[in-house]
Design a protein around this ligand. Structure first.
Ligand code: FAD
Length: 466
């Protein structure tokens, strides 16, 4: 295990984490290993006793940067043992054949489909093994920052209790109660931007013999311009399909599909091959909620040394780059490191915000852009020509001209750097392919010179093996 286990610049400290989801559980494991006294308060019951009560997406794409943090925590192999590799996008166009678009330049460059509930349990177990104390059915309700006391409510028996704290860490997700409490003391400059589109999850069951009904090593996309259906594989042979669509005010929209019958007619028209894989569409449509999506931006993530936010509580994003959890794991690694390096909590929290906020803002912007790419561009001839040239240039300039998707998914390049380099590269691709039918006609030597001049190689320590 390479992550430090001894206390760094600070003595043994009491740390109180609100939220035992993906970020909270992993952070608890790391800080407890450092020797801190860690308590985690989680609103939900203990999933290891009652089963996972998720309410959010069933599976998630884990990328190299998230996996690297898990590996440093000694959990990489355990997570990969329950993951399915996805090597590219399988695009199901409205007309014509499905086509496979590899994500990377080799099979090693893949993303991993992991089950949210099982991953959360694995992280909670790791936290407990490391010595963190986990408290379930404990919802943060109120914080008195002057007396450093917090009120927790048990939503099952409606009991309330008060705890004392030194510092609170808010890993309590997009609807963070700690964020609301901090906002009463200091202006966090919260900006909440709903996407206007929501999502609904549906299931593609396995074949009778238990096998996958469609290629298991791909993230399947049915792009339809203003909306899309995607499907990610699960180890047990199922796929979790997700329909992303406007809530209302557009056609089609969820508002136009109030019943299972209307949904079926919509699928018959838009996604007939997917419908053939979904015998349970009517039940799933009726039973599964339609949930919203939004980007949350704050200008401040901490209240001196008393509280700090991370993960979705600080920077919820739309899910189209599959990076919310990956970004949250990078937050965890950064906060763990900085708390080890700096004795003063206020210093550590300020340094954490300075390091992570520009990166969170960059991946939030890229995630919004990726919705357009997934639902529209992947099926567009101009984009496919740009992609072909991108791959060609990536082969000619390994480690230097790295496609933005690859920088985000297969390296640890800081998101803000990937965003900037990606913008430069996209301008070059658009200019070089504009008006060109066949990329063989492009003057690659001239592009080589521009790339050598405009892009430095990515530092070796950002390039990780997937
Ligand atoms: P959460 O995982 O939301 O955990 C928050 C925890 O806090 C929960 O356990 C909750 O019960 C608890 N809690 C909430 N309020 C309180 C309270 N008041 N008191 C105590 N506890 C509380 N990310 C990826 O990297 N890849 C993907 O493919 C991907 N796909 C996604 C698909 C969808 C449809 C969505 C919605 C998100 C997706 N994400 C993906 C994003 C990812 O789910 C989040 O970024 C990630 O869960 C953030 O982790 P977190 O620990 O910050 O928050």
């Amino acid at each position: 295990m390479s992550m430090r286990t001894a206390l760094g610049g600070s003595a043994r400290q009491r740390i109180t984490i609100m939220g035992g989801g993906l970020a909270g559980a992993l952070l608890a494991a790391l800080l407890a290993r450092r020797g801190h006294q860690v308590d985690v308060f989680e609103r939900r019951p203990d999933a290891r006793v009652r089963g996972y009560e998720g309410g959010r997406s069933i599976n998630l794409a884990l990328a190299a940067r998230g996996l690297a943090v898990l590996r440093e925590a000694g959990l990489g192999d355990a997570v990969l043992a329950q993951a399915v590799a996805m090597r590219g996008r399988m695009v199901h166009p409205r007309e014509g054949e499905t086509n496979f678009q590899p994500y990377g330049q080799s099979d090693r460059e893949c993303i991993w489909s992991v089950h949210r509930g099982r991953l959360n349990l694995l992280l909670l177990d790791a936290a407990e093994r490391a010595g963190a104390r986990l408290h379930f059915n404990q919802r943060l309700n109120y914080v008195d920052f002057t007396a450093k006391r917090a009120e927790l409510i048990n939503d099952h028996d409606h009991g309330a209790r008060w705890i004392d704290f030194d510092s609170l860490i808010g890993a309590d997700g997009a609807g963070s109660a700690l964020r609301s409490a901090m906002q009463r003391h200091v202006d966090l400059h919260e900006h909440f931007e709903p996407l206007g589109h929501g999502y609904k999850e549906l299931e593609i069951p396995p074949q009778v013999d238990g096998g996958f009904r469609i290629a298991r090593d791909a993230l399947h996309i049915w792009p339809r311009g203003g909306y899309m259906l995607i499907a990610l594989p699960n180890t047990e042979g199922t796929f979790t399909a997700t329909l992303f669509l406007a809530h209302q005010g557009a056609s089609p929209s969820f508002a136009e599909l109030p019943s299972a019958d209307s949904a079926r007619a919509f699928f018959e028209h838009e996604f007939p091959d997917a419908l053939a894989l979904m015998p349970g569409l009517a039940t799933d449509w009726a039973d599964n909620p339609t949930s919203g999506l939004a980007t949350l931006r704050l200008k401040r993530w901490h209240l001196d040394g008393r509280a700090v936010l991370l993960g979705d509580a600080a920077h919820a994003m739309v899910p189209f780059h599959g990076q919310g959890m990956n970004c949250a794991f990078e937050d965890v690694a950064a906060l763990d490191r900085l708390l080890g390096e700096r004795a003063d909590r206020g210093d550590a929290f300020a340094a954490f915000e300075a390091e992570r906020r520009p990166n969170a803002e960059a991946i939030q912007a890229m995630a919004l852009e990726n919705y357009i790419e997934m639902r529209d561009s992947v099926d567009n001839p101009d984009w496919r020509r740009q992609r072909a040239l991108e791959l060609l240039l990536a082969e000619r300039h390994p480690g230097r001209f790295v496609p933005r998707y690859s920088m985000v998914s297969f390296t640890r390049t800081p998101y803000a750097v990937a965003f900037e380099r990606g913008r430069w590269q996209r301008e070059l691709l658009v200019a070089a392919t504009s008006g060109v039918e066949d990329i063989a006609a492009i003057d690659l030597v001239a592009l080589d010179a521009r790339i050598a001049e405009g892009l430095a190689p990515l530092p070796a320590h950002w390039r990780v093996a997937a």
